[in-house]
Design a protein around this ligand. Structure first.
Ligand code: FMN
Length: 228
């Protein structure tokens, strides 16, 4: 993680990019992308992820980022957790990205498009509208037990970052619980997508920025906590 980055703002402004400039990657670009990959911290160091760039253009992107990864809950969470940190690091370097479940390179659960973003064209606007990417579930849907009225601003910001996480078809198949002023629980439907790990990465990155440190722990099947 890059301690200089404003993850809270990056998370608030990130959108899936589905239109890109024609931009073949240079050696300098590849180094830039490699440094974004290297900045991601693992949740479980025992799960190796060797991220690669495939020279495949999807929706005009310059490349596809992917890693071989198994399909257990821990592996998918790890894929999303590290992948989303890379997405945020790429965004800070002016790259556009979109998680892509439709393109699964051999052995990977999904890929991430990378390119220099362009003004959205009709096709990208249509896909964005169909997936209703600009919407997020209501607080009532995401917090079945509610949010204590006297919650500190830092807690609310971490929850907002988790809520803004991207997910396949914008399903947002997770719910949140406030465990204390400095700890939240995230319950997610792991399925075949890395959504839960993506959500945890957003919460962890914001908590780390605001509090200087954060810890992510597995509490049980599909249930994790983020504390700071
Ligand atoms: C695991 C995953 C798979 C996705 N697959 C696709 C895809 O195949 N095609 C696509 O256009 N968008 C895909 N998306 C992007 C989501 O539709 C998008 O994140 C969601 O609608 C929220 O919009 P936002 O990212 O702009 O906030 C995927 C996102 C995730 C996290």
């Amino acid at each position: 993680m890059d301690s200089q980055l404003d993850y809270v703002s990056l998370i608030r402004t990130r959108r899936s990019a589905r239109s890109y400039e024609h931009h073949p990657l240079t050696d300098a670009d590849r180094k830039d992308i490699a440094s974004a990959i290297a900045s991601a911290v693992p949740l479980d160091t025992a799960i190796p992820l060797d991220w690669k760039l495939a020279d495949r253009s999807i929706m005009g992107s310059s490349a596809l980022l992917y890693a071989e990864c198994g399909a257990t809950e821990s592996e998918l969470v790890e894929y999303g957790y590290r992948g989303q940190q890379i997405v945020l690091a790429l965004l800070a370097r002016d790259w556009g990205t979109c998680w892509y479940g439709l393109y699964r390179l051999p052995g990977s659960p999904c890929s991430i498009t990378v390119g220099r973003p362009a003004t959205p064209g009709l096709r990208s606007a249509l896909v964005g509208a169909v997936s209703r990417g600009h919407t997020r579930k209501s607080v009532e849907q995401l917090f079945p037990k509610g949010i204590p009225g006297d919650s500190p601003p830092r807690l609310l910001t971490v929850l907002e970052s988790a809520r803004l996480a991207p997910s396949a078809m914008n399903r947002q198949a997770w719910s949140f619980e406030v465990l204390s002023d400095t700890e939240i629980a995230v319950q997610g439907d792991t399925g075949r997508f890395p959504d839960l790990g993506i959500c945890l990465a957003n919460a962890m990155a914001s908590a780390r920025q605001l509090a200087g440190a954060s810890i992510v722990k597995r509490l049980g099947p599909g249930r994790y906590s983020v504390s700071w």
